[in-house]
Design a protein around this ligand. Structure first.
Ligand SMILES: Cc1cc2nc3c(=O)[nH]c(=O)nc-3n(C[C@H](O)[C@H](O)[C@H](O)COP(=O)(O)OP(=O)(O)OC[C@H]3O[C@@H](n4cnc5c(N)ncnc54)[C@H](O)[C@@H]3O)c2cc1C
Length: 484
C-alpha cells in the first residue's frame, strides 16, 4: 500500500457546509419532487378521466365481458402513459439528467417497463377475451377467433397495434439480463430502437378504435399532443442537439496517447469548446468517423478537466471497439452526444471531498480532482483521492495524480494489493466493520466529506457499504456506473 501525502493539515473549516451546494441540493430535490408529481399526476389523470367518464360503471356493473373490456381500456390507457414516461426518461432531457443523472434515469426507464409492458399485455388480452365473451364465443378458442377477426380488419388499425405489441415484447425479451449477456451492445441497441417504432405504430388504433379516445375530439387532441411532445423531446435532445453541437464545435482527434498496457487517451480538439457546457466528471457518447468505428457511439468520461480547447477521454481496451481507438489518426472527425451525467462538483455540499476510484473508474475522478485542485479557495485537506488497483503499474493516470498531489492541495492514497473477498481495500480482513475502520483511519473526519465513487459495480457496492458503516450520510455519496 502506497500513501502519498501532500500536507493534509486539519483545518478549522473542515466541517463547513457549502451554502451554494445546499441551495443546489434543495433545487434538485424540488425538481425531483415536481418531476415525480408530474409523472404520477399524468398517470392518475389518465386513469381518473377514464373512471369519471364511463370507466367506473364498466368496471363495477354489467357482465364479465363488459368488466373485462373495462379493465382492458384502463390498462391500455395507463400502460401507454407509462410507456411515454419511459421514453421521456431515456430522451436525455437536461432537467432529468441534472436531477437524477443519466444512469439513474435509465434504471427508472427499465423499472417502468416492468409495469408498462404487463399492463399493455393485459390490455390486449382483456380486450380480446372481453369481445370474445361479448360475442358468446367459447373461452377455450374464442380468443383466437377474436384475434383473427381483429387482425382481419374488424376494427381499424389493429394490424399495426399487433405489430407494435410484438415489437415491445421483442425489446423486453432482448433486454433481460440473460439475453443481454449473449447479445452485443450494438445488436441490443438496434432492437431497442424498435421500441420507438412500436410506440409510433400503437397510436393509430388508439385514435381510431380506442373507446375512450376515438370520437372524443378533445381527448384525441390531448392524446396526440402527448405523443407529439414525447416524440419532439426525443428528436430534439437525442438527434438535433447532438447534431448542432457536433457541427458547431467541429471536433477532431488531436492525438492518441499510449497510457500503458491496454489503455489509451484520445485528445479531441474543437472550435469554441469553452462554450460546450461540459464539466469534469461527465461523459459523452463518442462516435469517431472512420472505418470500423463510425457505426457506434460509446460512452466515455472525460479524463481531464475541460480547458476550453480540448477534451480528453481515456479508454481501457475491453472489446473490439475500444481496442480500435489506438489506431485513430489525428484529424479524424468526431461526433458527440452529451455531455451527460450528474457526477460533478455541482453535487458537492461539503468543503471536504473524498474521491474513491478503482480500475478505469479513475477517469472521471481524475478530472474532478484536477478541477478541485485548481478551484479558487481549495485548501490543504479539502481534496483526498483514494485510488485502488492491483499494482502501481496497472493504474492508469497514476503519474498525473501523483503530480497533482505534489503540486496542489490534493492528498493521494494509492492502495495496491490483491483483492480480499468481501473487501474493497487491500489491507483489511474482509470483515464488514474493518473496511469502514480502515477508511476512517485513512481519511480523518470522513463523515464531513462529500464522497465520489467510481469503479467496478461490485466494488462500488462495498465502498458504499463502508461509507454507510462509517456514518457518511447517503446524500453525500455520489457515484457513476460504467454500465447500465
Ligand atoms: C457513463 C459511462 C462512462 C464510461 N466511461 C469510461 C471511461 O472513461 N473509460 C473506459 O475505458 N470505459 C468507460 N466506460 C465503459 C465503456 O463505455 C465500455 O467499456 C465500452 O463501450 C466498451 O465497448 P467495446 O465495444 O470495446 O466492448 P464490448 O466488449 O462490446 O462491451 C463491453 C461492455 O461495454 C458495454 N458497452 C458496449 N458498447 C456500449 C455502448 N455503446 N454504450 C454503453 N455500454 C456499452 C457492453 O454492454 C459490455 O458490458 C463508460 C461507460 C459508461 C456507461
Amino acid at each position: 500500500m502506497t500513501t502519498l501525502h501532500h500536507t493534509a493539515m486539519p483545518t478549522a473549516h473542515g466541517s463547513e457546509v457549502l451554502s451554494e451546494g445546499r441551495v443546489r441540493a434543495r433545487r434538485r430535490r424540488t425538481a425531483a419532487d415536481l418531476l415525480e408529481a408530474a409523472a404520477v399526476a399524468s398517470v392518475v389523470a389518465v386513469a381518473g378521466l377514464f373512471l369519471l367518464d364511463t370507466g367506473a360503471q364498466a368496471l363495477s356493473t354489467g357482465n364479465a365481458a363488459s368488466r373485462l373490456i373495462g379493465w382492458g381500456r384502463l390498462t391500455g390507457l395507463v400502460g401507454t402513459a407509462l410507456l411515454l414516461l419511459q421514453l421521456l426518461l431515456a430522451a436525455r432531457l437536461p432537467i432529468v439528467d441534472r436531477t437524477y443523472g443519466h444512469d439513474r434515469a435509465l434504471v427508472a426507464h427499465r423499472r417502468l417497463s416492468r409495469v408498462a409492458l404487463p399492463l399493455l399485455l393485459a390490455h390486449g388480452a382483456a380486450l380480446i377475451l372481453g369481445y370474445a365473451a361479448l360475442d358468446h364465443l367459447s373461452w377455450a378458442t374464442g380468443w383466437l377467433v377474436e384475434a383473427v377477426r381483429l387482425l382481419g380488419g374488424a376494427e381499424p388499425d389493429m394490424l399495426t397495434a399487433f405489430i407494435a405489441m410484438a415489437l415491445l415484447v421483442l425489446v423486453a425479451v432482448t433486454s433481460v439480463r440473460a439475453a443481454r449477456r449473449r447479445t452485443s451492445h450494438e445488436t441490443w441497441h438496434l432492437v431497442h430502437l424498435a421500441g420507438y417504432v412500436a410506440v409510433g405504430l400503437s397510436l393509430p388504433h388508439q385514435l381510431s378504435a380506442g373507446t375512450d379516445i376515438a370520437g372524443h375530439p378533445l381527448t384525441q387532441l390531448v392524446w396526440t399532443a402527448l405523443y407529439a411532445a414525447t416524440a419532439g423531446a426525443v428528436v430534439v435532445f437525442r438527434v438535433l442537439v447532438p447534431l448542432i453541437r457536433s457541427t458547431r464545435h467541429r471536433l477532431v482527434v488531436e492525438s492518441v496517447i499510449d497510457e500503458g498496457p491496454g489503455i489509451v487517451s484520445v485528445v479531441v480538439r474543437g472550435h469554441a469548446l469553452h462554450k460546450m457546457p461540459v464539466r469534469a466528471g461527465q461523459f459523452l457518447h463518442w462516435r469517431f468517423l472512420t472505418p470500423g468505428l463510425w457505426a457506434a457511439a460509446h460512452p466515455w468520461s472525460i479524463s481531464a478537466a475541460p480547458d476550453g480547447r480540448t477534451l480528453r477521454l481515456t479508454v481501457r481496451h475491453i472489446g473490439d471497439h475500444s481496442r480500435r481507438l489506438s489506431h485513430l489518426q489525428p484529424g479524424t472527425r468526431v461526433v458527440v452526444e452529451g455531455p451527460y451525467g450528474a457526477f460533478t462538483t455541482e453535487r458537492r455540499t461539503r468543503r471536504r471531498v473524498l474521491l474513491v476510484a478503482a480500475g478505469i473508474g479513475i477517469t472521471p475522478v481524475r478530472a474532478i480532482a484536477e478541477e478541485l485542485a485548481g478551484a479558487p479557495g481549495t485548501r490543504d485537506g479539502d481534496v483526498t483521492v483514494v485510488y485502488r488497483g492491483a499494482d502501481e503499474h496497472s493504474m492508469a493516470l497514476r503519474d498525473e495524480l501523483e503530480h497533482l498531489a505534489t503540486s496542489a492541495p490534493v492528498t493521494l492514497h494509492l492502495l495496491t494489493g490483491p483483492s480480499v473477498s468481501g473487501s474493497w481495500l487491500p489491507t483489511t480482513t474482509g470483515h464488514r466493520p474493518a473496511d469502514a475502520e480502515a477508511l476512517t483511519t485513512l481519511v480523518p473526519r470522513l463523515s464531513e466529506h462529500d464522497v465520489y465513487v467510481c469503479g467496478p459495480p461490485a466494488w462500488m457496492q462495498l465502498v458504499r457499504r463502508s461509507l454507510a458503516d462509517a456514518g457518511v450520510p447517503r446524500h453525500q455519496v455520489h457515484d457513476e456506473r460504467f454500465g447500465w
